[in-house]
Write a protein that binds this ligand. Structure first.
Ligand SMILES: Cc1ncc(COP(=O)(O)O)c(C=O)c1O
Length: 280
């Protein structure tokens, strides 16, 4: 498999970085994952804008212009033998003597790879998926897509341990998001999502869901969601680049919302699939 590292395309086996890379030592970096449908990156501009936001948030200069990113991403996609891909890339603060403070003359490390896009099975879409609930114990900059993902990793493992696909997180009595997805609910026909503040990642799929909902004349609302409201919602969904939109039908081992995807989910799912085909 070909990957990209610091200006070169090379076989995965030959892509090597120093053990002193600050990504390895401190988790000091940011990343993106862009879904690619039929060799076309989905919402590329929005992903690059979020990358810039994350880089600004950790005070790391963007090593490339958007045009350069587009060229590298396009070239890697072209080198892969599959049409639907998940392009992952990360930028770290580079290799330097171990010291918490930023190094002064260090080039960032840029790594990119693309894997086949593993979308949810038809069965998950039809029957919905199981989640567990957990306390959100992550830091207070969940709006930055940083590679320091230990809190998310531990939450996700709770889901795996509980035979579920995701851990839905609550902080101070409110719904935040899940370990690697945003969470939306439906209440009395209205799609409700928590605000894009410092406690959640501003998901590109979250935005896409809102856009297609508005286009489809579905009612939407953004506001804090108390835990009890989330747990008694008419519907709950997960959204992410690799899950797209999935209905939650089991919470902590118990059937949720009648144990099957609800009517608003069916509408948004159809709208989202249609928008995917139109978009580039
Ligand atoms: C913590 C977290 N929230 C939300 C999302 C969804 O973001 P997106 O729709 O941009 O994939 C992700 C994606 O990986 C995530 O890791």
């Amino acid at each position: 498999m070909t990957v990209y590292l610091n200006g070169r395309f090379l076989p995965l086996e030959d892509a090597k970085i120093s053990v002193l890379d600050r990504g390895f030592i401190y988790g000091d970096g940011v990343y993106e994952l862009i879904p690619v449908y039929g060799r076309k990156p989905f919402r590329l501009k929005q992903h690059l804008a979020r990358l810039q936001r994350s880089l600004d948030g950790i005070r790391l200069a963007n090593p490339y212009s958007d045009l350069e990113w587009e060229r590298i991403i396009g070239e890697l996609i072209g080198r892969m033998p599959f049409d639907d891909q998940g392009v992952y890339f990360q930028v770290t603060r580079g290799v330097a003597k171990r010291d918490h403070a930023f190094p002064t003359e260090t080039a960032p490390t840029v790594f990119m790879m693309s894997n086949p896009l593993a979308l949810p099975s038809a069965d998950s879409v039809e029957r919905g998926v199981a989640v567990v609930t957990a306390k959100d114990e992550r830091w207070l900059h969940c709006d930055l897509k940083t590679i320091s993902l230990l809190g998310n990793v531990l939450a996700r493992q709770l889901a795996v341990d509980g035979g579920a696909v995701e851990a839905v997180l609550f902080r101070d009595g409110h719904l935040t998001e899940a370990s690697a997805s945003n969470v939306l609910i439906v209440r009395d026909g209205v799609i409700v999502a928590p605000p894009k503040d410092n406690q959640i990642l501003p998901g590109i799929t979250y935005d896409a869901a809102f856009e297609v909902a508005r286009e489809g004349s579905l009612a939407v609302e953004v506001r804090p969601i108390p835990r009890e409201e989330a747990l008694h919602a008419d519907e709950m969904w997960l959204s992410s680049s690799t899950k797209e939109i999935l209905a939650v039908t089991k919470v902590d081992g118990q059937p949720f919302a009648g144990g099957r995807p609800g009517p608003v989910f069916r509408k948004i799912y159809a709208l989202f699939q249609a928008s995917k085909l139109k978009a580039g």
